[in-house]
Design a protein around this ligand. Sequence first.
Ligand code: EPZ
Length: 419
Amino acid sequence: MQKLIIDGGQPLKGEITVQAAKNSALPIIAACILTEEPVEIINCPHLRDIDAMLDIMRHLGCQAEFDGDKLTITCRDIALNVINNDLTGKLRSSIFILGSILSRCRRAYISRPGGCEIGLRPIDLHIAGLKSLNVQIEDDYGVICCDGSEMAPATISLEFASVGATENLMMAGVLLDGETTIVNAAREPEIVDLAAFINAMGGKVEGAGSSVIKITGVKKLHGCSFEPMPDRICAGTYLAAAAATGGNIVVNNIVPEHIFSITDRLRKVGAKITVRRNSARIVMQERPRPIHKLETNVYPAFPTDMQPQFTAMLAIATGSSVVIENLFENRYGFTGELVKMGANITVRDRVAVVHGVPKLFGATLKASDLRGGAALVTAALGAEGRSVVYGVEHIDRGYEYIERVFSSLGANIRRTTAF
Ligand code: EPZ
């Protein structure tokens, strides 16, 4: 167990470069199963979620090796082992690997991933979509047994524009003989990145980024070398931390349109933001102004993965804000920790009312999920006095050496062993 010790109050200053996107690299790693040839993933971030995904890939007989930031994956033979609970438990969203295994082997066995800190994380949309492709699915005491021997292309209409279900079904259609269409597909940039990766391997995916994605099956895919897109949530996290500390930073390696809804809200709280081709500068000279209503929704609306960090920043706003979390039913767990720091936040179901206070005070804090942990670090950086953040393993799931990034911006933050 490790902890972060943060002596807050330093305005962040300086320049950083954002890592590649966790939520793009993860499905891309799963998609390596679609070819027997070696695949190189350039600049792959070193994260616990990536490690968890690679554990699953190795469990299936794939070879996966890092050489610095270059990850090489070869799935020459696939062993149809059950992807058991201790693997799916570490990475709920591993369910999207089903599509690539079914594409390659026409059979797959995976334990139900179950819920996590932020919600139940059901998989009904994945299951319904695979059944539309004529996959026979049985639940055998918590193990989902899939028989894709009669799989056939189809048009699938998603009840909800689920990111993971879209990725799963895209991968399931890539090697089918014919055309699979996903209607009401998720439009997140990570979907576009996965489609670009599949096409770089010789696949034929069209319409990614829109609500209708068309996959024309091909016989075989070949290896390739691919660099995942920049992580828009990490970029947003660092910008929000600069806003919470009255800082002045430059964030390099961004795609401006990927973070437009984030920079738009930062301007609303009073930040001065200048965006260049692939970098953004934020200058924050006073306390954030409140946001009357901050509502999360699917891309291109304000992302749920930025809600905790913004809630932490709004805790010191000059007025009251209402935050509405439309994606996950339990994504305010971190607010109890902010209240320990002096925040004035009331939560009812998916709504949090945040009454801004002049400042927060350092406290002993416990992260219980990835973005909630990032919110605690955001608050601690701006607070007066020392905070100790336990549960750093949650933060390491999505942020590469978060303490190095913030200390390079002048923050007084260090990692140490918890006992
Ligand atoms: C992806 O999760 C991301 N994870 C999440 O990021 C992100 O919050 C989420 O998309 C929304 O943008 C990865 O890409 C690895 P969904 P995913 O399916 O695919 C419900 C982070 O912090 N739903 O779009 O699981 C679900 O319960 C993580 O990096 C069903 O009801 O998200 C949720 O309420 C957290 N049935 C909503 O849809 C299903 O079968 C959005 O889920 C699937 C989902």
